[in-house]
Design a binder for this molecule. Structure first.
Ligand SMILES: [Zn+2]
Length: 201
């Protein structure tokens, strides 16, 4: 079970109990520290090319209660992430905005819950993305909607697995760099192993 609190305590601000989401819903602006964002997306098996935030992320969140088992979540976020070019090892900076809607549905109500998840404290999050990448649907069990985990999933979809600078002097990769082996994996968008981990349907 993945909880954003296991990455950084600041994500407690992005965990919502469904009991606290009233009829009018929730709307808030939240700044998440660079340290917390970096902890959220740290890749322990790919430390040389892990993404790092150097500025706080600015989030705007809206949660709408559709019924007791279904919540519509709108996330807008502005982030600047840094990495190292896999070819020339110069710094790469990637500023980007996330803007997505995801419908979070309670598993038990849908008959999808299994005993293991229903026993897990705080519940769990799974995210499905339809083929056209437009209909985001997530499932939660228990009463906690953990937006930190959703944010993590969407950041990994946005950043390239092989960051490259656009410098004119960007050269061919150096051999024998620690960590390059870790990059020897399918480069297809969405095949990030962390994203796969989250899609254990
Ligand atoms: Zn480069």
């Amino acid at each position: 079970m993945l909880s954003s609190l296991s990455f950084h305590k600041d994500f407690s601000a992005l965990r919502f109990s469904t009991h606290d989401i009233g009829v009018v819903g929730v709307s808030l602006k939240q700044s998440i520290s660079a340290e917390a964002i970096s902890a959220l997306i740290f890749e322990p098996h790919n430390q040389d090319f892990t993404w790092v935030a150097q500025k706080p992320a600015e989030l705007h969140l809206e949660i709408e209660r559709e019924n007791d088992h279904c919540f519509k979540v709108h996330v807008q976020a502005t982030l600047v992430l840094n990495n190292t070019c896999v070819r020339c090892l110069k710094p790469v900076s990637k500023p980007f905005c996330l803007d997505f809607l995801i419908r979070m549905m309670e598993k038990k109500h849908l008959g999808l819950d299994d005993n293991y998840d229903s026993l897990a404290e705080g519940g769990s999050i799974e995210i499905d993305i339809s083929k056209d990448d437009e209909d985001l649907v997530g499932y939660f069990s228990g009463t906690c909607i953990d937006l930190g985990i959703i944010l993590r999933d969407q950041i990994f979809l946005e950043v390239p697995d092989y960051p490259q600078c656009d410098g004119a002097e960007c050269s061919l990769p150096l051999s024998g760099i620690k960590g390059l082996n870790a990059l020897d994996r399918d480069d297809e968008r969405g095949n990030n192993p962390f994203v796969k981990l989250l899609k254990k349907t």
